[in-house]
Design a protein. Structure first.
Length: 40
């Protein structure tokens, strides 16, 4: 995915919005834990 710049764009866009788009989940301990895990 890192080798292909085209594949990196779609992959990042799909993985970005979904993780930050879930308004159903309240910004609490779960949101911080999910963000930390996704960042690592």
């Amino acid at each position: 995915a890192d080798d292909c710049p085209t594949a990196s764009t779609p992959t990042t866009a799909t993985s970005g919005p979904p993780d930050r788009s879930p308004p159903s989940t309240p910004p609490g301990p779960q949101g911080t834990r999910r963000r930390a895990t996704a960042r690592m």
